[in-house]
Design a protein around this ligand. Structure first.
Ligand SMILES: [Fe+2]
Length: 245
């Protein structure tokens, strides 16, 4: 019986090595993220306490659901920056977006519209839950032709990849780079998501890790103990987050 009890350990030393988090929803009122400046500040403080030096927040751009564009996002970002400054929060804070892959996004690419990228020309993408978009290849091709590297947010959360994890290899070959949601490892979304995350982690499929933090509770959970084996896998993964400092 005692053999079934998994040894857990603190993730604090690991989190300190990351330096940058580039997936969060910290601009109030423009997506399903924080609902007030105070919540945003609370989360940013937690990141600072955990040893992060840079937060790149990424509101959804999801036509018909969160009708954001670069200007709306930049305006909201300025207000958050001011609020952080008034409250003496000392952390580098930048903005990009999490783009939903659909026809509107494809048209944006074809028309060469402004895109909110970050770091060395990375762009964060998400897709529908049940099926990969038919236009995915075209989108990846157009991004790459603009020298933009598409980062695929939380592949472990998609039903289509859970059903066919072998598709991950095809996606990586096409030029997508994978970002693991940290909370997936805690079983926060479901056991299935956690199992797929561990599988991809073991296969070395992830280049980045992100919090995808929407609310203070999720930031609090970041310091929860993790199974020792999972922490060992994380340490071996050599995430590229610090390169975004
Ligand atoms: Fe997100």
């Amino acid at each position: 019986m005692f053999g079934l009890i998994k040894k857990k350990a603190s993730p604090l030393a690991f989190l300190k090595t990351l330096k940058t988090d580039f997936h969060s929803h910290l601009i109030p009122g423009i997506d399903d993220g924080v609902t007030s400046m105070e919540e945003s500040l609370e989360i940013a403080k937690k990141f600072s306490d955990l040893g992060f030096e840079h937060i790149i927040t990424t509101p959804h751009i999801y036509p018909g659901v969160y009708n954001n564009d670069p200007q709306i996002i930049k305006n909201g970002f300025e207000q958050v920056v001011n609020f952080y400054q008034k409250n003496d929060l000392n952390i580098k804070f930048s903005v990009a977006a999490e783009y939903y892959v659909d026809e509107v996004f494809l048209n944006n690419l074809k028309e060469d519209q402004e895109l909110l990228t970050f770091g060395k020309n990375y762009l964060l993408l998400e897709t529908a839950f049940h099926e990969p978009p038919m236009i995915f290849d075209e989108v990846i091709f157009l991004l790459k032709s603009r020298q933009i590297t598409p980062i695929f947010a939380h592949p472990e959360r998609y039903a289509y990849l859970q059903a066919r994890p072998d598709m991950a290899g095809e996606f990586l070959k096409k030029g997508l780079v994978f970002q693991l949601n940290y909370l997936s490892l805690l079983g926060y979304y479901s056991e299935r998501v956690r199992d797929v995350a561990i599988k991809f982690l073991k296969a070395g499929s992830y280049s980045f890790i992100g919090s995808d933090c929407h609310k203070p509770l999720q930031a609090e959970l970041l310091s929860s103990p993790l199974p020792k084996k999972t922490l060992d896998l994380l340490s071996e993964a050599s995430f590229l987050n610090p390169s975004l400092k």
